[in-house]
Structure formats: structure tokens, C-alpha cells
Design a protein around this ligand. Structure first.
Ligand SMILES: [Fe+2]
Length: 401
């Protein structure tokens, strides 16, 4: 099967081709027939927030996303609002309770704004769930059909770390805009004159933070239950400052569209950023979402113009001769990166440019990464030291370090 044949509807709609996705997110060809749990790609990231109306506005006005689908009291939903937003192949679903008895209200009370469901597109929901159940996974929802006049969506859900889940979705027999119960909807929001058509094209990776000692168990879960393979392994000493540390392992599905770095805190002299997340999120969950762009300079400038704040990078990062020697030539002058605080990393396959926002909610939990890949399939390990030091300065200001 060629890369072109593996494109999903969202990617075709966004006019992305296989070569672009190979460059953007590291998509590779693979044979699904021997995979016990074939995953095609991301379906959507489902957020629970305290105010879905305003968060949906934020993702449109600041992140340039487009409202496409809606559910709420006007459509018969007495429990919550749901706004479906797109940017290229990426789909976010923003939900917020308007009934105080909604389970979403309980979720928000416990966790604050965050991602409850990393929904994945699979060609055969029943086959995946049969394998997962036989492997001892917790099935939250057995396979079932959701049907309306547009056809049928087959779904099921698996529990993963904390209160996070993977809903498995097969839309092959459905032509509606999202799911039964949702209706197509556009917004009156108008992009600023000269704004890029979109600021990011796809989700690159979603990081999970788990408790001390739990990382290997979750890596093993993704290997055994979902057939993911390990992409890279970091050890605590590699990503540690004198004061805080983490361990991270990256798992990926067969075609590498879906990658999950899994972090656990490592012991340090002070509180690790992972500990801070676990404390404020009240347990494990999704820490950051990396958004793939092919023009990180324009994306960062546009986000900053809308008031999005990024972690600062010390000037010393750009002046370090060892870094300059290591990264070699990149497509833009270092000065352009320095003025924006964009980080560079290089490995044997190429390089990447990346930058991290500050947490986007009230709690110091979930945040975004922007990533522009040029061959590198890594996650910026060479930048972890600089990044950690920047995060620690922020923690220090919050008094949680
Ligand atoms: Fe990342």
C-alpha cells in the first residue's frame, strides 16, 4: 500500500498528500495485515473544559482553527456543549458541561481543562477490541453502532492512563460531519487580513505523563495491547538538570502517524515538571500536543500576535558553540530562531524546529508544541536540557519548584 492510499478523509479534505505527511509527521508505509491492532491515525482529540463556548472561540481566534460541527441544547443535547474544530487533518472536539450533573462537570472539577479522549481511527473496531480484551485491557465501551441519516459509525473505548481513554472509531460507513447528534456548523469568526490559511496541518504527537514507576507498564501496554513499537528511549540522566528529571519512552503505531511519548518523573533535588503536572491534573493524563507546521516562523508570529505565550529560551542557547556545531545548517538564519525562541535539534535523519507554549489553562498542565520537521523523526532530545531549565524558571515563578 502506498502512502497515498493510506490518506484519510480529513487529510484529503485538507489537501495533504503522502509526501507532505511523511515530511510533516514522519508517516511511513507498513503492512497492516499482521498487526493485531491496526490503527490508521488520529480521529480526534476530545477536550473537557470549563467553558467550551469560550475555548472554541480561543482555538479559532488564536490557533486559526475552523468550527465545523456543533452539539448543544439547540440540537437536543441537554448535557453539554460540543464544538468540533479543524486545522488541516487535526480535529479537536471541545466539550463543556452545562448540566451541573454532567459527568463532564465531575471530570473538569477533578482535572481542570484537559484531554479526556485521544480518539483513534481504526479500520476494524471489533478486531482491535477482541485483541485488547484478550490482552487484559479495560474495555470501557464494547463495540457498538451509532446511526443517523448519514450512516453508521462503529465505536468502542479503551481505558488508558488516569481518566484518559482511546475511543476507537470506524467511519467507513458514515458520511456525516462528525458523529450522530452533531450538526454541521460554521462560525461568524473572520480571520485577520493576511492571516495564513491555517497555522498547523496535523497532530504530530501527544505526550502522556504517568506516575513514578508506571512508564514501563504503559509502554508495555501499548506494545502488547495495541501493537505499538518503541521509537526511541531516553533515560533519566539524559534529560535532567541538577534539580529535576524525567524518563521518557516513545511508542508509535505501525504507520507512525500516532506517536505517544510517555513520561514519568525521575528523582531530582526538586519537584520535576512531571510531578507538578500529576499534582495539578490530579493524576496521569495528556501533557502536550505537538502540532505539525511547515512554516514555524509564520505560525509562531501569528500565535504571538494573538497573545499566545511561549516558554523563553535563553540567549546562551543560541550562542553555545557546541549547539551551533551540532545543528549545522538549517533553512533559516539562527537569528530568526533566536528572536522567536525556536529550538533546533538534529539527528542522523535530519533536523527539526520546535517551540513550546506556556500552559493554556488555569492549571500548569496541558500545553502545545509547534514542530517543523526536516527529516528528523525525533522529539528534540538535544533540547530537553535547555527546555527543562526554562520550565524550571517558570515553576520557580509559580512557587511550585
Ligand atoms: Fe513533544
Amino acid at each position: 500500500m502506498t502512502l497515498e492510499q493510506t490518506l484519510d478523509d480529513g487529510e484529503r479534505l485538507a489537501q495533504l498528500d503522502g509526501e507532505q505527511l511523511r515530511q510533516l509527521v514522519g508517516l511511513v508505509e507498513y503492512g497492516a495485515s499482521g498487526d493485531p491492532f491496526p490503527v490508521s491515525g488520529w480521529d480526534s482529540l476530545v477536550w473537557v473544559v470549563g467553558n467550551a463556548v469560550q475555548t472554541a472561540h480561543f482555538f479559532q481566534s488564536a490557533f486559526g482553527m475552523e468550527l465545523v460541527v456543533y452539539s448543544g441544547p439547540e440540537t437536543g443535547n441537554r448535557d453539554h456543549h460540543g464544538f468540533v474544530l479543524r486545522s488541516g487533518a487535526a480535529r479537536f472536539v471541545i466539550t463543556g458541561a452545562h448540566d451541573p450533573g454532567s459527568p463532564l462537570a465531575d471530570h473538569h472539577r477533578a482535572h481542570g481543562d484537559g484531554i479526556v479522549d485521544i480518539a483513534l481511527s481504526v479500520p476494524d473496531v471489533d478486531r482491535c477490541i477482541a485483541h485488547a480484551a484478550a490482552s487484559g485491557a479495560t474495555v470501557l465501551e464494547p463495540p457498538h453502532d451509532l446511526t443517523d441519516q448519514h450512516g453508521t459509525v462503529r465505536v468502542a473505548a479503551l481505558a488508558v492512563h488516569g481518566d484518559t481513554r482511546h475511543t476507537l472509531v470506524d467511519r467507513s460507513r458514515y458520511t456525516g460531519p462528525y458523529l450522530p447528534g452533531y450538526v454541521a456548523r460554521t462560525s461568524s469568526h473572520v480571520k485577520r487580513a493576511g492571516a495564513p490559511e491555517r497555522l498547523f496541518h496535523a497532530v504530530d504527537h501527544v505526550v502522556g505523563n504517568v506516575e513514578l514507576g508506571a512508564m514501563d507498564r504503559w509502554v508495555e501496554f501499548y506494545n502488547r495491547v495495541m501493537g505499538f513499537t518503541n521509537m526511541a528511549e531516553f533515560v533519566g540522566a539524559d534529560i535532567a538538570t541538577d534539580y529535576s528529571a524525567l524518563m521518557s519512552t516513545v511508542v508509535a503505531n505501525g504507520n507512525h502517524r500516532v506517536t505517544f511519548p510517555l513520561n514519568e518523573p525521575a528523582l531530582g533535588k526538586k519537584k520535576s515538571q512531571i510531578d507538578e503536572y500529576l499534582e495539578f491534573y490530579r493524576g496521569p493524563g495528556a501533557q502536550h500536543v505537538a502540532l505539525a507546521t511547515d512554516d514555524i516562523l509564520t505560525t509562531v508570529d501569528a500565535l504571538r500576535a494573538e497573545g499566545i505565550e511561549f516558554l523563553g529560551t535563553p540567549d546562551s542557547y543560541y550562542e553555545d558553540p557546541a549547539l551551533r556545531a551540532r545543528i549545522g545548517d538549517v533553512r533559516v538564519p539562527i537569528e530568526e530562531l533566536r528572536t522567536r525562541g525556536i529550538l533546533v535539534d538534529r539527528d542522523e535523519d535530519g533536523y527539526l524546529l520546535q517551540i513550546f507554549t506556556k500552559p493554556i489553562g488555569d492549571r500548569p498542565t496541558v500545553f502545545f508544541e509547534l514542530i517543523e520537521r526536516h527529516g528528523s523523526l525525533g522529539f528534540g532530545i538535544g533540547n530537553f536540557q535547555a527546555l527543562f531549565e526554562a520550565i524550571e524558571r517558570e515553576q520557580d515563578e509559580r512557587g511550585t519548584f
